[in-house]
Design a protein around this ligand. Structure first.
Ligand code: ATP
Ligand code: MG
Length: 325
């Protein structure tokens, strides 16, 4: 029975690959393409209830981290579910790897971290990943190695034999990511990957996302945490009430083109004065020469790092003292 299922699966993957070869429009650099993608949720009687996504047209390219942003209820999770084929579009379509998103075989190349955890609470981390490895028909030895690698990658080695019901929110997010990576997917869809994580977990999650991109994977993530999106995403789309309002490269969208910033280390006071005079001479307006601020994230991580290196040492007093001066 199992071998029959396996043979059927291999056959369908073969068909899928063949259909890619015969699809003349397929560009391997375009991993996701949506055309006029629209989703209307209907109620029990088939009446239109919510227009969750309205005529979305966008492309997501191979090897990029793409962010979906928007207020609550703007259609981010709906978009992700349409890409997975968990929902059917009302009109328009979504293509993933050049195939219609409703084609389930393509999901073998996709990893998905849902908004809410759905993992089985009575399994340990190891058992959970082993279970998903079996679903992908991975042989025992490969599975064992992959499970150990992933648990290590998401920093859960110390808790790998604990049942998931004992996990904190952040630990649950980490095991969710490991589960999404079991099949070594080419496209990874992450719905709020940093929600519930502390700043250290957030930094690690962001580093893992960047590492995946550096390995040539494509990542699509949605998040409300704009600083996280700004740190990792190459391009973003902003949705508002189901409509696409902005799409572009993060660095272009955030560039303030009529201002100039010059950075240097240990600038002497005389040099600063000379620079100011040069700027005045050239008619520069709104001159400000100041020391940049670090982010609260950097400050927090530095404090944690210092605390680990020097247990019992308090930094508050020194900071307060220097503030008084
Ligand atoms: N199963 C459903 N049935 C009916 N309406 C739904 C369903 N799922 C989502 N919606 C509606 O579709 C709209 C978009 O929801 P979606 O979950 O895609 O938003 P989101 O951008 O992911 O929001 P959040 O930031 O809160 O996660 C909302 O108005 C929501 O109420
Ligand atoms: Mg959502």
């Amino acid at each position: 029975m199992a071998s029959e299922t396996k043979a059927a699966k291999e056959e369908s993957v073969k068909d899928f690959k063949k259909s890619l070869e015969t699809n003349p429009d397929y560009d391997p650099n375009i991993v996701v393409e949506t055309q006029n993608l629209t989703k209307v949720y209907r109620d029990f009687w088939g009446r239109q209830k919510v227009r969750a996504l309205k005529a979305l047209d966008m492309e997501i390219r191979k090897g990029e981290i793409f962010g979906l942003l928007g207020p609550n209820g703007s259609g981010k999770s709906t978009t992700i579910k349409l890409l997975l084929g968990l929902l059917f579009p009302t009109t328009g379509r979504a293509l993933v790897f050049g195939q219609d998103a409703t084609e389930v075989t393509k999901n073998e190349r996709i990893g998905y971290l849902p908004e809410e955890s759905y993992l089985y609470k009575f399994l340990t981390a190891e058992e959970t990943l082993d279970f998903y490895g079996r679903l992908f028909d991975m042989p025992g030895s490969v599975r064992r190695q992959r499970v150990a690698e992933l648990i290590e990658k998401v920093g859960l080695t110390w808790a790998k034999r604990r049942q998931l019901k004992e996990y904190s929110k952040g630990m649950t997010r980490r095991i969710g990511l490991a589960q999404a990576l079991v099949n070594d997917p080419d496209l990874i869809l992450l719905d709020e990957p940093t929600s519930g994580l502390d700043p250290i977990g957030t930094r690690e999650m962001k580093d893992m996302i960047i590492e995946l991109r550096d390995q040539g994977k494509t990542v699509v993530m949605c998040s409300h945490l704009l600083a996280d999106v700004q740190d990792v995403c190459d391009r973003i789309a902003i949705l508002y009430q189901g409509e696409l309002k902005e799409l572009g490269r993060v660095d272009n969208l955030l560039q303030v083109s009529d201002q100039t910033e010059i950075r240097t280390k240990d600038l002497p006071a005389e040099a600063e004065e000379e620079i100011r005079q040069v700027l005045v001479k050239h008619g520069a307006k709104d001159i400000s020469i100041e020391q940049p601020r670090t982010t609260l994230e950097e400050l927090f991580l530095n404090i944690v790092r210092e605390s680990e290196e020097r247990p019992g040492h308090r930094m508050i007093d020194q900071r307060e003292e220097s503030a008084k001066q």
